[in-house]
Design a protein around this ligand. Structure first.
Ligand code: GTR
Length: 324
């Protein structure tokens, strides 16, 4: 072997060792099962990230919440025990105050309005605070609007009064239910079907795909379109792991997440319409709420108490409300 060839062989071997050492295999958390739009999107993300990074960053996606409940998984991503997840911003509120912007009932006029807020200055503030806390958002998913379901139609806040309603883990949601005279019951997503079935709770609230995919429609009779919360979701990564990548790899990972999010939004549009048709075909009565005004009015005390306790959130709330 000539010297040049030997040098070439040695350099190639070193490059291989170096790239093997820097290759990252990340674990990704997803709460949903097959048939949910986000499951398809997270699988797509795994493909995209592999291609975009030339195999430097690969993902093992764990579906069905097998890596833990959402609050537990968030904590694991925060400390880097799991690298990445598809999270709902609702349960992030207790960890990152700014993320609670999206958990104020009726803060957004529509899903497109929610995306306009996220893409503007308010969204940048929320994203920066999440990144500081260790949970860096790379892209936003559509999660539609959340509405109530139970064994009776709900048309006014008075219909919620006296009902025990499951909510996600966030004080804003317990205040929201209490303000309607209901009894909030924070509970892990995995426990809700059984709780509805056995009457531990009288109702819950979610979007159509989740209502369908984990069988909540099998144990309730009415879905009432209150659309009181429009909460985005994210592909979020542990900040340190992301920052440890080269600039080129960061760009590739972010690009893959954003492409996966565009795919998710398409899948969401199709999947949520289909989920609504499926639950209606299975016998669920879906009712429009002619006047959501009384629900919004009932939230005045929630906003007042929240802003009194968190005066530093006022500017962000006003910025979202002023967004066209
Ligand atoms: C779903 C959401 C999940 C989880 C769940 C819940 O819509 O996609 O991440 O937050 O709701 O109600 O716990």
């Amino acid at each position: 072997m000539t010297f040049a060839k030997a040098l070439f062989a040695a350099t190639t071997a070193l490059t291989l060792v170096a790239s093997a050492a820097s290759a990252e295999n990340w674990r990704a958390w997803n709460i949903h099962n097959d048939g949910h739009p986000n499951t398809a999107a997270m699988d797509k993300f795994a493909e995209l990230i592999d291609t975009a990074t030339g195999g430097e960053v690969t993902l093992d996606v764990f579906h069905g919440g097998v890596l833990g409940s959402q609050p537990d998984a968030l904590e694991q991503v925060r400390i880097g025990a799991i690298e990445i997840g598809n999270f709902n911003l609702g349960p992030i509120g207790p960890m990152v105050k700014e993320a609670n912007l999206v958990s104020l009932p009726f803060i957004f006029k529509s899903v497109p309005h929610m995306f306009r807020v996220l893409e503007g200055e308010a969204g940048q503030t929320v994203a920066a605070a999440m990144g500081e806390a260790g949970i860096l958002p790379l892209a936003w998913f559509d999660a539609g609007a959340r509405s109530f379901y139970s064994q009776k139609p709900i048309n006014t806040p008075d219909d919620v009064a006296g009902l025990k309603i499951r909510v996600m883990n966030n004080d804003l949601y317990t205040s929201m239910i209490s303000a309607m005279g209901g009894n909030p019951s924070p509970m892990a997503f995995s426990e809700v079907q059984q709780a509805l079935k056995t009457g531990v709770v009288d109702g819950a609230e979610n979007n159509f795909p989740s209502f369908k995919n984990v069988g909540h429609y099998e144990v309730t009779t009415h879905y009432s379109l209150s659309e009181h919360l429009i909460i985005p979701e994210c592909i979020c990564v542990n900040t340190e792991k992301f920052n440890a990548l080269s600039a080129e790899m960061q760009e590739a990972v972010r690009g893959a997440a954003q492409e996966a999010a565009l795919f998710q939004r398409e899948q969401w549009a199709i999947g949520s319409e289909q989920a609504r048709k499926d639950v209606e075909a299975a016998g669920i009565a879906v009712n429009e709420i002619a006047d959501k005004g009384p629900f919004q009015a009932a939230m005045d005390s929630v906003y007042a108490d929240y802003l009194a306790a968190n005066p530093d959130m006022k500017a962000l709330v006003e910025m979202a409300q002023a967004t066209e």
